[in-house]
Every structure is written in structure tokens, then in C-alpha cells.
Design a protein around this ligand. Structure first.
Ligand SMILES: Cc1cc2nc3c(=O)[nH]c(=O)nc-3n(C[C@H](O)[C@H](O)[C@H](O)COP(=O)(O)O)c2cc1C
Length: 182
């Protein structure tokens, strides 16, 4: 992969991730790419929580508590182990601000663009990632743990590491989604 075009056209998500994760210098680069995402009025509606080591287990406990006591033990275990699927997680959150020109939707989109910048940066450094959300992203106990108000959202749990094996890239057919206007 030596050009941005090649990188963008060949990037794939990696559901199976292992150590090593990017080191701290690489992580700084990845986060610096995140904050260069397009962001209407430069509101910086994002926060990035970097979670690794013991903190992944702490997040797993938060997931297990949030899902509630009434659920089956295997679901509790599954939730507790979710963050352990990669050696590093970056949780991207959006706290939309009141702004006359920039609706909340555009602020969420800016955080999505930041995530995409990170995923491309991660690939370019030779690592893998996957953007996940799911039930945990929407539980109020989990949102509270990230200091979000009721208007704020977890936009993505970005699992980061070294791909165990790269999934093959599906073939895309541009004619399915592109229309050229006369
Ligand atoms: C907002 C958002 C949420 C997602 N949530 C999940 C998820 O919870 N679990 C999952 O397996 N994939 C999720 N995905 C999809 C993966 O990140 C990935 O894009 C998908 O597996 C397709 O793989 P590809 O990126 O290699 O094309 C989500 C994607 C987006 C944009």
C-alpha cells in the first residue's frame, strides 16, 4: 500500500485483533488524524477515550453492570469480555453543542469522519481495526461512564490491534450507488 488511493480502496475491517497495538507515538499520529476531520464551525464535538490493559477489563465490568442483573450468565460473560477482543480500544463520543448553524446531526457526522480518518491511519501504519457500536453503545449506564449527557452519544467503539488474518475485500459495483446526472 503506497498511495492514499490504494489504501482507501483496499482497507478492510478486522474483527479478529491481537497484540501488538500501535505504540504511543503511533497512537498520537492516529489521534492527530482524527482531529483533522471535517468539522463544521470547528466545534470539536468529539472526545476520544483510549482504553488498554487493565482498563479494558474495567470497561467490561461497566458493560456487565449496564446490561442488568436479570440477564443470563452467558450474556453477562459475553458483555464482560467484549472489550478484550483487541489490545486497544478508542471510544469516540460526541457531545453535540447548541449552535444556530450546525445541527447535531452534522456534529455526529464529524465524529464519524474522525473515526474514518483513524481507521485509515491505523491501516496505513500496518495495524487493523473495526468500528463497533451495538447495544452497549446505547445503554445509559455506559454513556454515563463516558460522561455523556442524554444528548451525547457513543459514536463508535474502535477496536485496534494487529489483524489475525485480513478478511478479503468484497467487490463493489459502483453502478449500484452512483448516478451521473445529465
Ligand atoms: C456506525 C457503525 C456501527 C457499526 N457497528 C458494528 C457492530 O456493532 N458490529 C460489527 O460487527 N460491525 C459494525 N459495523 C461494521 C464494521 O465496522 C465494518 O464496516 C463491517 O464489518 C464491514 O467491513 P469493512 O469495513 O471491511 O467493509 C459498524 C459500522 C458503522 C459505520
Amino acid at each position: 500500500m503506497n498511495t492514499v488511493i490504494e489504501l482507501l480502496q483496499n482497507r478492510v475491517s478486522s474483527p479478529k485483533l491481537t497484540a501488538p497495538a500501535p505504540n504511543s507515538a503511533e497512537l498520537e499520529q492516529i489521534l492527530a488524524c482524527a482531529v483533522r476531520a471535517p468539522d463544521h464551525a470547528r466545534l470539536k464535538p468529539w472526545q476520544f477515550h483510549v482504553i488498554s490493559g487493565q482498563a479494558l477489563s474495567k470497561l467490561g465490568e461497566i458493560f456487565a453492570r449496564a446490561v442488568g442483573e436479570g440477564v443470563a450468565q452467558d450474556k453477562l460473560d459475553k458483555c464482560r469480555n467484549m472489550p478484550l477482543r483487541a489490545p486497544l480500544m478508542i471510544v469516540a463520543t460526541c457531545e453535540p453543542q447548541e449552535n444556530a448553524k450546525v445541527p447535531a446531526l452534522e456534529q455526529f457526522l464529524a465524529v464519524g469522519a474522525a473515526i474514518q480518518n483513524m481507521q485509515v491511519a491505523i491501516s496505513s501504519l500496518g495495524y487493523g481495526s473495526i468500528w463497533r457500536t451495538g447495544e452497549m453503545a446505547h445503554l445509559s449506564e455506559v454513556k454515563d461512564a463516558f460522561g455523556l449527557s442524554s444528548a451525547g452519544e457513543i459514536v463508535g467503539f474502535i477496536y485496534v490491534g494487529t489483524p489475525e488474518k485480513l478478511p478479503s475485500k468484497p467487490v463493489t459495483n459502483l453502478s449500484d450507488c452512483v448516478k451521473y446526472w445529465d
